[in-house]
Design a protein around this ligand. Structure first.
Ligand code: GDP
Ligand code: MN
Length: 336
């Protein structure tokens, strides 16, 4: 794959009133930002928010990925926002486009059906490419090989609270593999046959299913039926070694062969959530209660002391946590 790298012209100059970057132990970690050139305004807003609220004190690198080359204007507008290293990568074609072995006629019928059901992105092929890439390919990108932990960021998101500790180090020190701020229910028609495939995988690979799993997050009847709960993957801090490991590799390859990324519209959120819930111990999944975050149309805003100490710029009464379609109660139930 062609790799483009870019270093901000101001990268080596200390910013005037920024505190020095943390001197202690740092995690082997990066931000990952998949987007298009025309996402630039939203991307600038998200980077600004992350830099202001967290990264100006830490200088973790940013990796931008795109299925087309980033423009010079895009690189410049991102580069001026941070003292941290920023790199821009092109996604190899075979990690992005619909594979040749997919039956396009069957895929087209699936898209039409979902459009008729008014499912969001139901008719979109690029959206399906994106979901498949985020499920099984981003962590294979050349620019990410040197890193273990990543924090996924999307255009037009907001980070509401100051952070006085390093969440990457938290993941490392507590041996977490996956984390979230918002969890909710998936649109059923997008994953109609996903659970049948997951059950088939579990039957064929019982040795890969973690005994201390969190099946009860995914199912209300011990695994017969999927309850549509998933962690909202536009926010993720996670361990790429988990995705790169043998269990997830086998899981992803199994699901890929079913073709459901194209015949249906399997999202990376249910794929990641089901994998983390079944292939990892429940103790390895973390809810970042103290990270205030918004991606349209939902937000998580901390409350009480966490809200106060984080100087959170959000309404603590406006938080998705315990609203009707949130799955946070199920996650918390795992530990009661
Ligand atoms: P939503 O959050 O599910 O509504 O989906 P988004 O439109 O936000 O897409 C998820 C992420 O993938 C965002 O970071 C987008 O910028 C990115 N994305 C979506 N489609 C494409 C695409 O066709 N090309 C590229 N390069 N990025 C995409
Ligand atoms: Mn989004």
């Amino acid at each position: 794959a062609a790799i483009e790298t870019y270093t901000s012209p101001t990268a080596s100059q200390p910013t005037h009133n920024a505190p020095p970057p943390s001197q202690g132990h740092r995690a082997n970690a990066t931000f990952v930002f998949l987007c298009r050139n025309n996402d630039i305004n939203g991307a600038v807003a998200s980077v600004q928010s992350m830099e202001d609220r967290f990264n100006r004190n830490y200088h973790y690198p940013w990796v931008f990925l795109n299925d087309e080359p980033f423009t010079e204007e895009f690189k410049q507008r991102i580069g001026v926002l941070t003292d941290a290293p920023v790199s821009f990568g092109l996604i190899p074609r075979e990690h992005w486009v619909q594979p040749d072995w997919i039956d396009e006629e069957r895929a087209r019928q699936g898209r039409l059906k979902m459009m008729n059901q008014r499912i969001i992105y139901g008719g979109s092929v690029p959206y399906r490419n994106m979901c498949r890439f985020n499920s099984g390919f981003f962590y294979k990108h050349e620019l990410l090989q040197q890193y273990r932990y990543y924090w996924r960021v999307e255009p037009s998101v907001q980070f509401f609270c100051g952070l006085n500790y390093d969440p990457f180090l938290y993941m490392e020190e507590h041996e977490k593999v996956y984390s979230f701020t918002i969890s909710l229910e998936e649109h059923e028609p997008t994953v109609r046959t996903l659970w049948d495939s997951v059950k088939e995988f579990m039957f064929e690979n019982p040795h890969l299913i973690e005994p201390g799993n969190s099946m009860d997050f995914l199912s209300n009847d011990g695994g017969n039926k999927y309850n549509m709960c998933h962690y909202w993957s536009n926010f993720e801090i996670a361990d790429m070694d988990f995705w790169r490991g043998p269990a997830y590799t086998k899981f992803f390859d199994f699901l890929e062969a079913k073709g459901g990324f194209y015949y249906e519209r399997w999202g990376d959120a249910p794929i990641h959530s089901i994998a983390a819930s079944l292939l990892a111990n429940k103790e390895k999944i973390h809810f970042f209660r103290d990270i205030g975050y918004r991606h349209e149309s939902f937000q998580h805003c901390p409350s009480g002391n966490q809200w106060k100490e984080g100087r959170c710029a959000c309404d603590p009464n406006d938080s998705f946590d315990y609203s009707d379609h949130s799955c946070l109660k199920r996650f918390e139930g795992l530990f009661q």
